[in-house]
Design a protein around this ligand. Structure first.
Ligand code: NAD
Length: 341
């Protein structure tokens, strides 16, 4: 198949180039994101391979169909950037990578917790400046602390296991509690307000849906323990950024570790050094000494990238050879799937 590979990043291309040695697809690596201005670049191809910041709205999908595109292969688990109803109306199948490495994301969340708690990022810059003082670097033992895990699916359950290893008490909230996880790990499922009230660390692992949008807002911050640590490796929209800034300013919360941000599109994944930061909320967040921001990199491990490339190329081959598409996303179930996945 001729594959138009939009929004190519240097970090992923080698995995697709080497993975494709076993698949032999004809891939055109394109740098631009897919949108109404760039859709014409897909002409002459059979398949569009797309990333999370591409805009697959009804207009773009219509144009893709008109130019003969037969398959949309997402190299992501999330599909909220696709108008699923329009794709169904056009009979344009959408395939995705439902899971690539829950370990990558959970381990990054732990990295944020440890770096914030033990002030590793401050120590690095101090030592580089010949400052070996320990003043202001006091952290806390994770042992015996309570970690509240919001969403115990693939990533949240790995997170629960890791934090259990640190000797933490685990509270969990999920619309579909995992009885096996609760029994095997001795974790307690509680209502959301209970988790907020009792946790020293709150870590978010639910998908972004209308129900989870801004689930961490000012009323949630008010319920949390004073000096709580908030970790978000889920989606930016889970947290109301304005309320987060307020909670940091009035010192209601102690730390925030963010791998995702509500308005990250156009900023995260880009090298903007030397430019003036135009996003005032992000600029404000970056001024807090107790906030650690990474650029949506929780998934970024060799294993995850290999799995993304392997599954995407297999999805394309399955379509080409007329096999059942196990990783197809369907419009009629997408709302439920966004919640349950
Ligand atoms: P998953 O589907 O395995 O688990 C999600 C869990 O959330 C499920 O157990 C589900 O029951 C629960 N849930 C859904 N809606 C809920 C609600 N309203 N209230 C409470 N619980 C709810 O998903 P996963 O693979 O563990 O991924 C979790 C999220 O992590 C993804 O949706 C994605 O947004 C994010 N993610 C981030 C990165 C990154 O690089 N930062 C990478 C991959 C995934």
């Amino acid at each position: 198949m001729k594959v138009a590979f939009f929004n190519t990043h240097a970090f992923e291309k080698p995995y697709f180039v080497s993975g494709n040695q076993n698949y032999d697809q004809s891939i055109t690596f394109l740098e631009p994101k897919l949108n109404e201005q760039t859709v014409e670049l897909a002409r002459g191809h059979d398949c569009v391979c797309s990333f999370v910041y591409d805009h697959l709205n009804a207009n773009v999908l219509n144009q893709l169909k008109e130019m003969g595109i037969r398959l949309i292969a997402l190299r992501s688990a999330g599909f909220n950037h696709v108008d699923m109803q329009a794709a169904a109306d056009l009979e344009l199948p959408i395939v995705r990578v439902p899971e690539y490495s829950p370990y990558a994301v959970a381990e990054h969340a732990v990295a944020l917790i440890l770096s914030l708690n033990r002030k590793i990022y401050q120590s690095i810059s101090r030592v580089r400046e010949n400052n070996f003082s320990l003043d202001g670097l006091v952290g806390f033992d994770l042992h015996n602390k309570t970690v509240g895990i919001v969403g115990t699916g693939k990533i949240g359950s790995v997170m629960a296991k890791i934090m259990k290893g640190f000797g933490c008490r685990i509270l969990a909230y999920d619309i579909a509690p995992n009885a096996e996880l609760a029994m095997n790990l001795g974790i307690e499922y509680v209502e959301f307000p209970h988790l907020l009230r009792d946790s020293d660390i709150v870590t978010l692992h639910v998908p972004l849906t209308p129900k989870t949008h801004h689930m961490i807002d000012m009323p949630a911050f008010v319920q949390m323990k004073s000096k709580v640590m908030l970790i978000n490796t889920g989606r930016g929209g889970l947290v109301d950024t304005k309320a987060l800034i307020q909670a940091l300013k009035n010192e209601r919360i102690g730390y925030a570790g963010l791998d995702v941000y509500e308005e990250e599109e156009g900023i995260f994944f880009e090298n903007l050094s030397g430019r003036v930061q135009q996003d005032d909320q992000l600029a404000r967040l970056m001024t807090f000494p107790n906030v650690l921001i990474t650029s949506h990199q929780a998934f970024l491990t060799h294993e995850a990238l290999r799995n993304i490339s392997q599954t995407t190329l297999q999805n394309i081959l399955d379509f080409e050879q007329g096999r059942k598409l196990f990783n197809q996303v369907h419009a009629e179930t997408h709302v439920e799937k966004e919640i349950r996945k």
